[in-house]
Ligand binder design. Structure first.
Ligand code: 4NP
Length: 149
């Protein structure tokens, strides 16, 4: 399966999810391509937010080398799963798929997660603790997804 993680800017939440998935899926023959993208174009080409880089690196998931990009029509055809960080992302992705078509299954990353929280809060502009809280949710969400896709 090919996995695409999506948030709004592709510099905080979805690159963190990509970084966690890259590590946790090592040696997992079910997993093909792993990528992330943002709904908006603003940060295309940029590395992830410096605070998310620090939080992810401290947890053992380096994401400094990732670069942001915007969601593209081809994503809906190339990826099996598109995992949205919040309900607004999910709605926007479903609206694009209604126009573009494509086989990708779109769901919230945290849909199968154990915490009873279904959206990853956007930490952009927040304190380091906001980044840490979002990162923890992302890590358990990716774990839960890989256990039960
Ligand atoms: P992300 O956070 O969606 O988790 O990457 C954001 C980053 C940037 C913006 C919004 C959210 N922005 O509006 O620039």
């Amino acid at each position: 399966m090919d996995l695409l993680f999506v948030c709004l800017g592709n510099i905080c939440r979805s690159p963190a999810a990509e970084g966690v998935a890259l590590v946790l899926s090592r040696g997992d023959s079910r997993i093909g391509r792993i990528d992330s993208a943002g709904m908006g174009p603003w940060h295309a080409g940029n590395p992830p937010h410096v605070t998310m880089c620090e939080v992810a690196r401290a947890a053992g998931y380096p994401i400094d080398d990732l670069r942001a990009r915007q969601v593209d029509r081809s994503d809906f055809f190339e990826f099996d799963w598109i995992l949205a960080m919040d309900r607004q992302n999910q709605r926007d992705l479903l609206a694009l798929q209604a126009t573009f078509g494509g086989k990708a299954k779109i769901r919230l990353l945290l849909d199968g997660a154990p915490d009873g929280i279904y959206e990853v809060p956007d930490p952009y502009g927040g304190a380091i603790s906001d980044f840490q809280d979002s990162f923890s949710l992302i890590r358990s969400g990716v774990r839960a997804f890989l256990a039960h896709p």
